[in-house]
Design a binder for this molecule. Structure first.
Ligand code: PMP
Length: 459
């Protein structure tokens, strides 16, 4: 047996793969990735792929940034671990929080670390509850999220996530988590409804939900500036302006989940900058370290911090925190990542290449399989349909998005199929030539899928 067949068999024998069809995996085995170089990765057969999804929307600096490797090694040698409990600290965590707050929306004043986006959002939920207890408003605890929003998989963050597969059979959502509409005009508009009318209807629905539940019972609203895993949903014009007005009116905190949008993805440092959001709480992860090591953070406003500190003094301790919060090696790598964003002027680079990326993306809307293309900055999606006029999706049994995804991979490009759509989220360091390569692969994938669809109609 070759070593490749052997490691594939060992994988199937021992591993439970996250977000994987476990039956298919048992039959087909894994795709094993062995090394990376810039925006490319190589599998264990030596085949090269352009990583059009930055892994899981996360390796914004690609797969071979030496400065990050060196930052990790240096810190490893100096101090491989220390925690932040009981007033202990470490220099990388201190410096990272200063740098993060320097670039974060001005409404934020303090940083709480964790390891993953799920944990950062879980902490956000706990902080909303703790804060309202401290305020003497123990009823103001419900959190409104959105259908198709993605906020993680832990018990609380998985409840915030608005996707059926994350709830079904997991006994989620937990109590006090509510869901309002997804702001997708393509999927949600009534026949003949204008984008403005659609947006206003969603804002009215949000207000009606708050009134029905009772404003004194609603503590926070959470949103990604651009929904990622829900299918890359770019909100319509005026949406967040309207949402923020309602939140202010009923004294509801705004949690902005920047786990995908943070650090340049939408053409500004944060999605909050792109959409003029004023978060009370903000979660970041993924591109915070270009995902070279796990680290996340929940940023909070000064008023929230003060109230929490006051209440903790009464209890004697702020009884929250994880062992690896502010881990010095992860923090050192994150700090170096932020310095690289600055040195490379990554936001300017995104602003320079994004119009090209988006024009290539939108040019695919003429393809017979494409119902809509949408995107902003360096994130986009291609919605697939069997009928452009009625927007009718393909039957799930066709697995149209998998057909496109697999055929694009055959052409050396990795993209992700999400429910009738193809998501694109390349490393932010991508060049125009590599954008051409990305879209050549995607188009080849679309053409091959079309051939399969037409062949099955004919047979
Ligand atoms: N929020 C958003 C917007 C995400 O996209 C994700 C992960 N895709 C998460 C939270 C959860 O992050 P993690 O997988 O690191 O727990």
């Amino acid at each position: 047996m070759s070593s490749e067949t052997l490691s594939s068999a060992t994988d199937v024998k021992n591993l439970v793969h996250p977000y994987t069809n476990l039956g298919d995996h048992f039959n087909k085995g894994p795709m094993i990735i062995e090394r990376g170089e810039g925006v490319y990765i190589y599998d264990n057969h030596g085949k090269r792929y352009l990583e059009g999804m930055s892994g899981l929307w996360c390796t914004s600096l690609g797969f071979s940034e030496e400065r990050l490797v060196n930052a990790a090694i240096e810190q490893f040698k100096k101090l491989p671990y220390y925690h932040l409990f009981n007033s202990r600290s470490n220099t990388p965590a201190i410096e990272l929080s200063e740098k993060l707050l320097e670039i974060a929306p001005k409404s934020l004043a303090k940083v709480l670390y964790a390891n993953s986006g799920s944990e950062a959002n879980d902490a956000a939920v706990k902080l909303v509850w703790f804060y309202h207890n401290a305020l003497g408003k123990p009823a103001k605890k419900k959190i409104i999220s959105r259908l198709r929003g993605y906020h993680g998989v832990t018990v609380a963050s998985g409840s915030l996530t608005g996707l059926p597969a994350n709830h079904q059979f997991f006994d989620l959502p937990i109590d006090r988590i509510l869901h309002t509409d997804c702001p997708s005009y393509y999927h949600g508009a009534n026949p003949g409804e204008s984008e403005e009318a659609f947006t206003q209807r969603l804002i009215n629905n949000l207000e009606q939900l708050i009134l029905k539940e009772g404003p004194d019972t609603v503590g926070a609203f959470i949103a990604e500036p651009v929904m990622g895993a829900g299918g890359v949903i770019v909100p319509p014009k005026g949406y967040f302006e309207g949402v923020q007005k309602i939140l202010k009116k009923y004294d509801i905190l705004f949690i902005v989940d920047e786990v995908i949008c943070g650090f340049g993805r939408t053409g500004n440092m944060f999605g909050s900058d792109t959409f003029n959001l004023q978060p009370d709480i903000m979660s970041v992860a993924k591109a915070l370290s270009s995902s070279y090591l796990p680290i996340s953070a929940t940023l909070i406003s000064q008023p929230i911090y003060e109230k929490i500190a006051e209440q903790s003094d009464e209890v004697g301790v702020f009884a929250h925190g994880v062992t690896y919060a502010g881990h010095p090696i992860c923090a050192a790598v994150a700090l170096e990542t932020l310095k690289i964003y600055q040195d490379k002027n990554i936001v300017s680079h995104v602003q320079e290449v994004a119009p090209y990326f988006l024009s290539k993306l939108h040019s695919l809307s003429a393809h017979p399989l494409v119902g809509e293309t949408r995107g902003i900055g360096l994130i986009g999606a291609i919605e697939l349909t069997q009928d452009k006029a009625s927007k009718k999706p393909f039957d799930p049994s066709v697995k149209i998005e998998k057909l496109v995804q697999e055929n694009a991979a055959k052409h050396g490009v990795l993209v992700r199929g999400i429910r009738n759509a193809i998501a694109l989220c390349p490393p932010l360091i991508i060049t125009k030539e590599q954008i051409d390569e990305l879209f050549n692969g995607v188009e080849a994938g679309l053409n091959a899928a079309l051939e399969t669809v037409e062949a099955s109609k004919a047979s």
